[in-house]
Design a protein. Structure first.
Length: 359
């Protein structure tokens, strides 16, 4: 598919008003997206587990208006929110040629997250995917055409990508690949695709305990971090490594090799942070407690012959990943040893999920 396939050419503009609502999850990357080209095209492919409990719920009410200016109001958790406006304005500017009706309506966007506000958990993936899905539902009523579910999901992912890259992996579950890679047949740089191969039962209902190490604002945003991969001394090797890791991960997901899964996932997380530490300017997003947690996870794994592992996003929080079979023991370990390193003892229990839901 090409960009051309996502241009909506005609629609019925008689619809005066309406309202749509979606719940869309966050996701956690196993192979990381870090570095991008023009128009939100990733520099390397990535794969993520879609989550289940961390999600954004967005209702979009629309009403016909005069004029062609973008017009919208945003409410976050019941209160009018100005802070989100610039991101949504940029999002609308990037997507208008694919959903031209956004200039014909005023939108009231009411959104809330299931995870605590300012927990340091990025809400851009769940937030932008929820918005994209709402716009797709509106497009569906305006176009009158019954597009296939696969077209709907692809275009939703395509739009979400233009809001925030990782958001394109939040439409479907349980594993989503984004970025062209020769070992994943339908993979594309334009949208995320559901990982269709058989997945070994070891990975069913995989667990993710998100340890909230630092709830503060990050010193360096992901957008800035991605840009620093341009001209980064290690970028070419890193992008190649991500391709190789994805090809191998595909096999691991099939054959259930948990030991190799742990190695690839942890290496990806540390490589992501190594890229941050070796860019110019360089920066460190991990905190002392991030390292404490990593070291304790390593000791626990060795002493208990466990398959627990960690991954990190662009921040200090630690995602602790483990198979369902280890759930009870790992939560005992988290409660006895790791909560001490979480800000106010906070962590979130999540599990792999099936994707966004229309409400
Ligand atoms: C470290 O998707 O937040 O979480 O496209 O600029 O919005 P933008 O970046 P974003 O990048 C997140 C990168 C990451 C790794 C990943 O999720 O793959």
């Amino acid at each position: 598919m090409t960009v051309q396939d996502f241009i909506l050419e005609s629609y019925n503009s008689d619809l005066e008003k309406g309202s749509v609502k979606w719940s869309s999850p966050s996701n956690i990357a196993l192979i990381k997206y870090w570095g991008k080209k023009e128009n939100q095209i990733p520099a390397n492919p990535s794969i993520s587990f879609t989550l289940s409990n961390c999600k954004t719920i967005t209702e979009m009410s629309f009403s016909k208006k005069e004029g062609k200016e973008f017009s919208f109001d945003v409410y976050f958790e019941g209160e009018k929110n100005e802070a989100f406006r610039p991101k949504i304005q940029t999002f609308f500017e990037r997507i208008e040629s694919y959903v031209p009706f956004i200039r014909d309506y005023h939108f009231k966007i009411e959104t809330s997250n299931t995870f605590p506000h300012s927990s340091g958990i990025a809400s851009s993936a769940s937030g932008m995917s929820a918005l994209a899905l709402c716009l797709m539902s509106i497009e569906r009523s305006l176009s009158g055409a019954e597009e296939s579910e696969s077209y709907f999901n692809r275009k939703a992912s395509f739009l979400a990508r233009l809001g925030s890259g990782s958001a394109c992996r939040s439409i479907e579950g349980e594993l989503v690949v984004w970025g062209k890679n020769e070992s994943v047949s339908k993979s594309s740089d334009l949208f995320g695709v559901k990982f269709e191969d058989t997945v070994h039962p070891n990975f069913h209902e995989y667990q993710d305990a998100i340890l909230l190490v630092d709830k503060g604002e990050k010193q360096v945003s992901s957008t800035v971090g991605h840009k620093l991969m341009l001209g980064h001394p290690f970028s070419e090797n890193r992008f190649k490594q991500a391709h190789d890791n994805l090809s191998e991960m595909k096999e691991v997901l099939k054959n259930g090799d948990l030991k190799r899964f742990v190695e690839i996932v942890e290496s990806e997380a540390l490589t992501l942070h190594a890229m941050m530490m070796t860019s110019m300017p360089y920066f460190i997003l991990m905190k002392p407690n991030t390292l404490e947690i990593i070291n304790r996870i390593w000791s626990y794994r060795q002493q208990n012959n466990s398959n627990i592992c960690f991954t990190l996003d662009a921040g200090a929080n630690v995602h602790v990943l483990f198979p369902k079979a280890e759930q009870e023991k790992v939560y005992d370990f988290i409660n006895s040893e790791l909560v001490a390193f979480c800000q106010n003892g906070h962590y979130i229990c999540d599990i792999v999920g099936k994707g966004a839901i229309k409400l």
